[in-house]
Design a protein around this ligand. Sequence first.
Ligand SMILES: NC(=O)c1ccc[n+]([C@@H]2O[C@H](COP(=O)([O-])OP(=O)(O)OC[C@H]3O[C@@H](n4cnc5c(N)ncnc54)[C@H](O)[C@@H]3O)[C@@H](O)[C@H]2O)c1
Ligand SMILES: [Zn+2]
Length: 384
Amino acid sequence: MIIEQRFTIRYHYNIHFITGVFNADNPTFGDILSAHSNSGFSPSLLFVIDSNVGAQHPQLLSAIKNYLYQNMPGSNSPHFLIIPGGEKAKESSNAYQAILNAIHQYNIDRHSFVVAIGGGAVCDVTGFAATVAHRGIKLIRIPTTTLAQNDAAIGVKNSINAFGKKNFLGTFSTPVAVINDGAFLKTLSSRVWISGISEAIKVALIKDARFFERMEQLAPALTAGNEDAMLETIIQCAKLHLQHIASGDPFETGSSRPLDFGHWSAHKLEHMSGYKLLHGEAVAIGMALDCTYANMMGYLSSDALNRILDLLSGLNLPVTHPLLEDTEALLNGLNEFREHLGGVLTIPLLRDIGETCNVSIIDEPTMRCAAKKLAAVSQPTSLV
Ligand SMILES: NC(=O)c1ccc[n+]([C@@H]2O[C@H](COP(=O)([O-])OP(=O)(O)OC[C@H]3O[C@@H](n4cnc5c(N)ncnc54)[C@H](O)[C@@H]3O)[C@@H](O)[C@H]2O)c1
Ligand SMILES: [Zn+2]
């Protein structure tokens, strides 16, 4: 016999764009806590903070304490855990274990909140630990890099690396809310500031030719560190990502992953570089590689390819790297990507700016040629 079990869960969360999340007169954070707390119950809070954010914003902890004191009188004192920022947070299980230890030690339960404040890596590991402990603790993400605000921290995925593979361990789960606070972006190095733009170019290339044109216009302002140009880019990128997530397969049960455009080689290059390449930089090279391949295979015109390479280079994003010479190691990335998708290899390629197609077979000799061709491109060594 069969007993049928069926239920539907609706997911909803907001991405708030504000400045000064812990300014005492800013209601956003307090409103989110109130809206998601059981009435009459004072929740515990564990803040997991990226070490570089802590270093660049030395008043952050006292601002948080003061904010809670002013806005939530009688609330429990917050707990803080600082973890190393950058890919280190995901590469070993140290940060993950430290977060679980803190959840255990401070009795953070399912009525409590874990608040991640940091780059995409810190948001990923914190989200993973928060969804595993007690089968899921409420998570608020406060992303502090351009890439985390436009992509990594706004969606439904959390992960850490294992067995030498990017994102090998992870979960799908939704945050309670995401707060994109522009004030954090002021302390980014120009390298980290720029690297996030590659995810915006990615989503423009696969979904929105007009957004690509707009980024061509915004490029000089973006490279000059213009905050309005960055905010516009982050908002449009976030909208396109969120629309995609809600449009059919949020928990990635199928093999088609347009948002992974350029990512099969990006993840491999990040690992091969010992994570000296930032994720956004590796994605820029990965997109340049797949567009060069698409051009060699006759999918993508040379005009479109040149526009794409020009925009990436014009934004000071790398399109080449000496590691592209190691085509043997690089092409293993295809097998790892196939494993990660499960089932059939499905690689998104461009037919035009804003138009994709999926291929399930990559012609390896042509991909090797594309990698060698890009490896020979000259760019300032600071970008390579
Ligand atoms: N979960 C997802 O859906 C998803 C999507 C895309 C990327 N990611 C992941 O995101 C990670 C990349 O994120 P990223 O680009 O933010 O890099 P990152 O997290 O490695 O941060 C880059 C550097 O900036 C520092 N930093 C962060 N905020 C700062 C601030 N306000 N001021 C000064 N320094 C600051 C960090 O400490 C780090 O050294 C990768 O691990 C990638 O796999 C996840
Ligand atoms: Zn990415």
